[in-house]
Design a protein around this ligand. Structure first.
Ligand SMILES: Cc1cc2nc3c(=O)[nH]c(=O)nc-3n(C[C@H](O)[C@H](O)[C@H](O)COP(=O)(O)OP(=O)(O)OC[C@H]3O[C@@H](n4cnc5c(N)ncnc54)[C@H](O)[C@@H]3O)c2cc1C
Length: 318
């Protein structure tokens, strides 16, 4: 776009007079119940990160989410830390934890043992995943492990009657043979006992609704909960998105232009972008959201507030 066009005084007037009118951001109609939320954390590596995680958990606990989940390093790299975090949430908070569990690079016996320990500890909800093998992870012999997340779901159901959540990919998993094969695979995971899917994050609301339509046509009726990633570090999100197959719309990059050294403005921009995204989803009937919190409470808390969620007063002691 040239400067002459930008500075042509007739142009904005013409746009104001003839452009499309927006009455406002869509808002839910009537007295809708606040949405159900879930929050995802990762297990901390250091004491400082542990303190940060726990201040995040304590702040978000007041929003009474449906559950909170703790990620798992594929190949078992975070096994002890994930277990310790899940266990502490279970025993020291009012929250219901869900433990992520991946099957890549582990034998069925190893995975079943982890699941049995969770069950014995009182954990009733598993987010069942294949995981991506980290470099150097020795593969298990064919037939000794769970081949994919669908096999893991079936295996977990044999261990105990867990509530099982799985992953879904609105933009198709980057390693999937085709979008149809990816959707078939999701349906298999649900048919084998999972009762909900959480999506990979996405930034274009249309992407999610097109995916929901495809799920419905494929006969999937379980909730497909949108995974929301409030982005405040654009460079990091762009790098990660390239790996996991989430597309970054050009407007998102433009929103963060020139803000590399301005974390405060980045966070405000991030809150606005995520708030617009969730309001649009909510206005279209979405009543359940999963937040990738990155172990920070502020953005998630603010966006939950915008969605109509308010803190629950602590129960009065008798
Ligand atoms: C909500 C959510 C939570 C997640 N939590 C974690 C976590 O805690 N820890 C973690 O390590 N990762 C996590 N992931 C990432 C996930 O492990 C990867 O996306 C992984 O590549 C696929 O796992 P899946 O369970 O979806 O696999 P599946 O359901 O088994 O497969 C998904 C699709 O990938 C295709 N595929 C084909 N070849 C391969 C291959 N070689 N590897 C993988 N997929 C292939 C399958 O055919 C299918 O279409 C999470 C993802 C989501 C969306």
């Amino acid at each position: 776009m040239s400067h002459e066009i930008l500075h042509d005084p007739a142009r904005p007037v013409a746009r104001w007079l003839s452009g499309r009118r927006f009455a406002g951001l869509p808002a839910p109609e009537g007295d809708l119940a606040p949405p159900r939320l879930s929050f995802e954390f990762f297990p901390p590596r250091t004491e400082a990160l542990e303190t940060q995680l726990w201040s995040c958990i304590r702040r978000l606990e007041r929003l009474a989410p449906r559950f909170v989940s703790v990620t798992y390093g594929a190949g078992g790299s975070t096994q002890a830390r994930t277990h310790a975090t899940v266990s502490r949430i279970l025993h020291e908070t009012a929250l219901v934890p869900a433990a992520h569990l991946t099957c890549v690079g582990a034998t069925r016996e190893e995975i079943d043992a982890v699941a049995r320990r969770y069950w014995a500890d009182g954990v009733r909800h598993i987010v069942a995943l294949r995981g991506d093998a980290p470099e150097g992870l020795a593969p298990v012999a064919a037939g000794e492990g769970y081949a994919d997340a669908a096999a893991l779901v079936a295996g977990l159901a044999r261990v105990a009657p867990f509530e099982i959540t799985v992953a879904a990919y609105p933009e198709t998993h980057p390693r999937a043979a085709s979008p149809v094969a990816d959707l078939d695979h999701l349906k298999r995971k649900l048919d084998l006992g999972a009762t909900r899917a959480i999506t990979q994050y996405f930034f274009d609301t249309e992407v999610y609704f097109r995916f929901l339509d495809r799920c419905l046509k494929a006969g999937i009726t379980a909730p497909i909960v949108p995974g929301i990633l409030p982005v405040s570090n654009f460079a990091q999100a762009a790098r990660f998105s390239a790996l996991c197959g989430a597309s970054i719309p050009p407007w998102l990059g433009r929103m963060f232009e020139g803000l590399d050294d301005d974390a405060e403005t980045r966070r405000m921009v991030a809150a606005v972008i995520a708030a617009e995204q969730v309001r649009l989803l909510q206005a279209n009937g979405v009543d359940e959201f999963h937040f990738y919190t990155l172990n920070r409470a502020d953005l998630t808390y603010a966006i939950a507030h915008i969605l109509g969620v308010r803190p629950v007063a602590p129960a009065a002691s008798a």
